[in-house]
Design a protein around this ligand. Structure first.
Ligand code: SF4
Length: 368
């Protein structure tokens, strides 16, 4: 049995053809599954009952099982789902919906857990349970729409897992979500975020530029520091994926796709905000068109090695009784941003949406 949410239109046409069913039926099924979010085979519209019965012998559609839904003070929602893939077995994952005026951004997970082991990340402490299938990735988007009634306008691949370590499923899910006959999300509204793996950024650039519906997908590099030594402490795998090589691939990405790159930069007060950091970031921002998203460091509730241990405690203490989001009440943070802007670096300060419900960057770990 195969999950019907799993297939791109091209692959579904092959599956249907192999069963001796007329090819035009694939498009009808695809529209029902991905545009109308049919919940089971019998909800597929416009096909005869006999065909539905035949499909049921080979395929299934099964939404994710919602275990809990938590809403933060700022209206961010976190969803704890259990996946239902018939072959691979059940795992729990988390997804987040961030609501801002006209926008509803879904942060999807690509793996259950993660084995990259970034020092600051709760997901990394879980280890990797398994990769998610394309069906499980797209289901997060459709099921959040069904549960909340909110149509996602933007999508970020920044939930649990490293997208480039589940590469094929991520590419398949992007093809499904952007297909004009299905969910039809414009690719410019999608961002894929990576820690940075040698040869992967280049391949990603080649793959999306060859596919018209994917050509505007944005790339975000989780940079966090331009200092190789500190980066190796924060992201141990970066020892084998050094920044100079990653920078080369970013230049290739820009030349191939014409798409700007975003640098995600967790603000570790006192560690990555020196004048040398500002100078290196200014040089980097002149390399290719780019912007830097500064993200406050979200406290975690597991043991950290220094230099993050002391900082984690300080931030925990700071937000404990706060009514406001005190992660954004740091003079040093604004001073760092001013120094970058003085160097004409394009900087955005990202809010800490969902920090009080452990839904913010680095906090997802299926604890509810
Ligand atoms: S930050 Fe991303 S890559 Fe690093 S451990 Fe967490 S989920 Fe994995």
């Amino acid at each position: 049995m195969k999950n019907l949410r799993e297939f791109t239109l091209t692959r579904l046409q092959e599956e249907i053809k192999n069963l001796g069913i007329p090819k035009y039926r694939a498009e009808q099924i695809f529209i029902s599954v991905h545009r109308k979010h049919a919940k089971d085979i019998n909800s597929i519209t416009g096909i005869p009952k006999e065909l539905a019965a035949e499909l049921s012998a080979h395929f299934y559609i099964e939404p994710l099982t919602l275990i809990t839904k938590t809403t933060s003070k700022d209206n961010t929602q976190k969803f704890l789902f259990e996946t239902t893939d018939a072959k691979k077995g059940k795992v729990k994952i988390e997804s987040v919906l961030i609501r801002e005026e006209e926008r509803g951004t879904v942060c999807v997970s690509t793996q259950a857990g993660c084995n990259v082991g970034c020092e600051f990340c709760a997901t990394g402490k879980m280890g990797l349970l398994r990769n998610l299938t394309p069906g499980e990735i797209v289901s997060q988007v459709y099921d959040i729409n069904t549960i909340t009634g909110i149509m996602p306008t933007n999508l970020v691949f920044m939930g649990m897992g490293e997208p480039f370590l589940n590469y094929e499923s991520v590419i398949e899910s992007l093809k499904i979500l952007t297909d004009k006959k299905g969910f039809a999300l414009p690719s410019k509204r999608i961002t894929v975020s990576t820690i940075g793996f040698v040869n992967r950024i280049k391949k990603f650039a080649d793959d999306i530029s060859e596919n018209e519906t994917l050509s505007n997908v944005k790339l975000a590099l989780s940079l966090h520091t331009t200092d190789n030594g500190l980066r190796e402490k924060l992201i141990p795998v970066s020892k084998s994926h050094k920044l100079p090589k990653i920078y080369e691939e970013l230049v290739y990405f820009y030349r191939k796709t014409g798409n700007k790159v975003t640098y995600e930069y967790i603000y570790f007060e006192g560690l990555n905000d020196t004048d040398n950091d500002v100078n290196r970031l200014a040089r980097l921002s002149r390399m290719i068109p780019s912007n830097i998203n500064i993200i406050p460091f979200h406290p975690v509730d597991f043991d950290l090695a220094e230099p993050l241990k002391t900082l984690n405690k300080k931030i925990h203490d700071k937000i404990k009784d706060s009514k406001e989001n005190s992660l954004l009440n740091s003079e040093n943070l604004y001073d760092f941003i001013d120094r970058l802007r003085n160097e004409r670096v394009t900087v955005n300060l990202r809010s800490s949406s969902g920090v009080d419900i452990n839904a913010a960057c680095g906090q997802l770990a299926v604890r509810n």
